[in-house]
Design a protein around this ligand. Sequence first.
Ligand code: ZN
Length: 248
Amino acid sequence: MNATATQSGETQARTASKPGNWSLQFLGATGTVTGSKYLLRAGDSKVLVDCGLFQGFKQLRLRNWAPLSFKPATLPAVVLSHAYLDHSGYVPLLVRNGFVGKIHCTEATYELCRILLPDSGRLQEEEAEYANRRGFSRHKPALPLYTEEDAKRSLTHFAPVEFDREIELGGLRTHVPIRAEVAVIENFSAHADYAEILDWLKGFEQAPRRTFITHGEPAAADALRHRVEESLGWSCRVPDYLESASLE
Ligand SMILES: [Zn+2]
């Protein structure tokens, strides 16, 4: 589970955009751990942070077929935090639906996406083919969300970035130093639990004005919200699907 802290004293965002016109919309990972997509808007500019696939229950997977809250052709850039499909697996569909901008991530994330995304497309095709063969889909014919070919085409939009290099994102002129450390761990997965998240949050010199908790099952997200509010006194919210928040 991630705690998304914005406008903290720790990150000291320096922005050229007029203050007061920043907003954040939650297009996934609300009340679930999948489908991470956060649309950051500043005036006319926008950037999508993560572009993940909804996975798991059918109700969630159906959201992959719903239109987005913006036209992909109007989006200049995507930033991927990491390659897992719940953070990157929607990229082929975004591109198929008209996205022509750049997808920024680390070189390692790109290398993994080169394997994961075509593989995901192939799986979607196999599932559709299986549904057609068995005749259990309401859709005749059942179609894949995207194909292996869509996924391969989407890879041409990747523009990996080296560590420590500053880039301009779709006209968003802001400087956000991220005071994090890259460490090697022995585990395959590295999600922090609430105690580690609280430890990290305690290091903030100044409470963020807004804190959003995403990427968790509803009960777990609410429990973390409660703990952050109790132990740090921060104003904390678990956003709803498609909720928009002004970052004034
Ligand atoms: Zn995830």
